[in-house]
Design a protein around this ligand. Structure first.
Ligand code: SF4
Ligand code: SF4
Length: 276
């Protein structure tokens, strides 16, 4: 069972909820917010093992290239360009699609592996399970590729919590795709609700079952009315409270320090799981 925790807006409280669910279900926790993973500050894993993740990248052999420009024309991501009979690659734009290699009639393009990030696995005494953290190399734009690599190796024999990247990009979709259940965290503000609507479109297109949780709430009426228009309902609401912020600043998991939150999240997610 894979549960992905996502939010359209950054800072909505996705990691707050994801670490709490990992604690409640004593589940493996995958931090796929690879640009800025921070779940480990709450789960405090130990005994790390690390593996590097690489992706193939074009390598142009100048002695074979006749500067025909075919590869630059075909690259959909404008990663290749030609200046004075030389072909240059902008690594940050390359998606490793292999097309340039296919179109080069001179066999001038081969591939070389480039490290895009790493995956660290530790054991958390707070969840009695593993914490798997994706770290994208600074400056790399291959977040989606790193997430896809980690997702392919998920062991879903038990319950798994994915803490996805915020937003509604390809990286977020990569973290949503493997989910049996999606927990959508919403900050009930105009920005939060705007971004939530985009996430709802993605979830509907992917036919995902979802549980919607409001966080930092100071009143849910507009959100509930909007969800009702979409045939959806709010499953739980966590109020904006100074005590929760203090707990988070101290690296505490809020379901561990507040029994009410524990029950609220357990009931919201368990109710949906029982239907499946
Ligand atoms: S397609 Fe091959 S020969 Fe043509 S410019 Fe690109 S690398 Fe050079
Ligand atoms: S592998 Fe694909 S994205 Fe990268 S340079 Fe070649 S055609 Fe462009």
């Amino acid at each position: 069972m894979i549960i992905s925790v996502v939010s359209g807006k950054g800072g909505a409280g996705k990691t707050t909820i994801a670490t709490s669910l990992a604690h409640i279900f004593q589940a493996d926790y995958y931090d796929l917010d690879v640009d800025a993973p921070n779940g480990e500050y709450f789960l405090q894993p130990e005994k790390w093992t690390t593996r590097e993740v690489s992706q193939q990248q074009p390598d142009i052999d100048e002695s074979r290239c006749r500067a025909c420009g075919a590869c630059t024309k075909e690259c959909r991501f404008n990663a290749l360009y030609k200046i004075a009979n030389h072909i240059y690659l902008t690594e940050a734009l390359c998606h490793s699609c292999n097309l340039c290699c296919e179109v080069c009639s001179e066999g001038a393009i081969s591939y070389k592996p480039v490290v895009i990030g790493k995956v660290r696995t530790g054991h958390s005494n707070k969840t009695w399970s593993r914490a798997i953290i994706g770290d994208l190399n600074i400056g790399s734009t291959r977040g989606t590729a790193l997430i896809q690599d980690i997702v392919q190796q998920i062991d879903s024999s038990g319950t798994v919590i994915i803490d996805g990247p915020p937003g509604n990009s390809c990286a977020a979709v990569a973290a949503i795709k493997p989910a049996d259940l999606v927990v959508l965290v919403v900050e009930p503000t105009p920005f939060g609700i705007h971004d939530m609507l985009q996430t709802l479109d993605i979830l509907k297109n992917l036919h995902k079952t979802m549980v919607i949780i409001a966080n930092k709430s100071q009143g849910d009426d507009p959100l509930m009315s909007l969800l009702a228009e979409h045939g959806l309902k709010l499953s739980a609401s966590i109020p904006l409270q100074t005590e929760y912020h203090k707990a988070l600043l101290n690296g505490e998991i809020i379901s561990q320090c507040d029994q009410q939150i524990y029950q609220l999240l357990l009931q919201a997610v368990a109710a949906e799981l029982l239907k499946q």
